[in-house]
Design a protein around this ligand. Structure first.
Ligand code: ATP
Length: 316
């Protein structure tokens, strides 16, 4: 069976809150799938249901085709990091991992391997209670990797990480997906997922509002805009408009050209001897693409006032 997480029509109500309202998506092997959305959108509840920690009111969640509860030695099927703070503080980090390993029939040698992989060798005999949040995240990652699972599910693994830790985490996620594993990673910050995720599941108010490859999302958000820097603005504008482009002055000595590829802009300017200092295709950041995507989703803004504020700032 292929390594996957399949979520189908999940519904979950807590008192007056409809936490999940028909959540459905699939996490495929060989990819890092980013799971994003505002606070309270239902990301953690979805992950808890996958792990059998909460029961759904309706729908199903399976890991590689099986419900979590029916997995024997579940750590060898799915590794998870849900709450990095959930540790016994008086136990050393190594003993924490040994205890987990023994519960799953795994060896102490395997513990040493994941400690190395998580970059914790020099601090592994310290008490977990003294660990910073970033170190706890690394310890949680080590625990998730213990059973060498084909599926990984990490809730906010970048939380509390310093810049070096963020770069390390991105590299690790890429490596794990490159090994063919299915990797689901939730995050609040799109910038964390830049250069790390291949696919994005965006959720708002308990359901999926976009399920898209990052490449397609960035291509759509980047459009065919070209930034042009020139001291001969009016001449450049006339040449390019004559060739059918829309041209707008967007800053001192800067034009934004729509409707022509960068190569064509260079050729036209050169043919008319218009001087220029730079011609570059516009590349949207993941953050920009995400804001553009969610701007259209009424559901999303109703769920999170801070998203609309970010939106207003982005459109200023
Ligand atoms: N045990 C619970 N009891 C009551 N309400 C809950 C419980 N767990 C979650 N909720 C509610 O369900 C909704 C979804 O919460 P959830 O934690 O799944 O969202 P999230 O997307 O993970 O948010 P965050 O990004 O803040 O972690 C929220 O309104 C939350 O308050």
């Amino acid at each position: 069976m292929e390594a996957t997480i399949e979520i189908s029509g999940l519904r979950k109500r807590f008192g007056g809150t409809q936490a999940l309202d028909g959540m459905s998506f699939t996490v495929l092997p060989g990819q890092v799938t980013g799971f994003v959305g505002p606070n309270g959108a239902g990301k953690s509840t979805t992950m808890r249901i996958v792990l059998g920690l909460d029961a759904a009111d309706a729908g199903s969640a399976t890991v590689s085709g099986q419900p979590y509860r029916s997995l024997r030695h579940p750590l060898t099927h799915v590794g998870s990091l849900l709450d990095a703070a959930a540790l016994q503080p008086s136990r050393t980090a190594r003993n924490h991992l040994l205890w987990l390993a023994h519960s799953q029939g795994l060896t102490a040698a395997r513990v040493d391997e994941v400690v190395e992989q998580a970059g914790l060798r020099s601090v592994i005999r310290r008490k977990a209670g003294g660990y910073s949040l970033g170190m706890r995240q690394r310890l949680g990652i080590a625990a998730a990797l213990l059973g060498d699972p084909p599926v990984l599910m990490l809730d906010e693994p970048f939380n509390g990480m310093d810049p070096e830790g963020i770069v390390w985490m991105r590299g690790l996620l890429r490596t794990l997906a490159g090994q063919g594993r299915a990797v689901l990673v939730s995050s609040h910050l799109m910038s964390e997922l830049q250069d790390a995720a291949d696919h994005l599941v965006v959720v708002g108010r308990g359901k999926v509002i976009a399920d898209t490859s990052i490449r397609e999302l960035l291509a759509a958000a980047s459009g065919d805009r070209v930034t042009l820097r020139t001291t001969a603005g009016p001449r450049a504008m006339s040449v390019l408009e004559h060739a059918g482009a829309d041209v707008a002055a967007t800053g001192p000595g800067t034009l934004t050209v729509s409707g022509l590829a960068a190569e064509r802009v260079v050729a036209l300017l050169a043919a008319s001897a218009v001087p220029f200092a730079e011609v570059s295709a516009h590349r949207a950041t993941l953050e920009e693409a995400y804001l553009e995507l969610t701007r259209k989703a009424v559901e999303f803004h109703a769920a999170d006032p801070s998203a609309s504020r970010a939106d207003r700032e982005a459109t200023r």
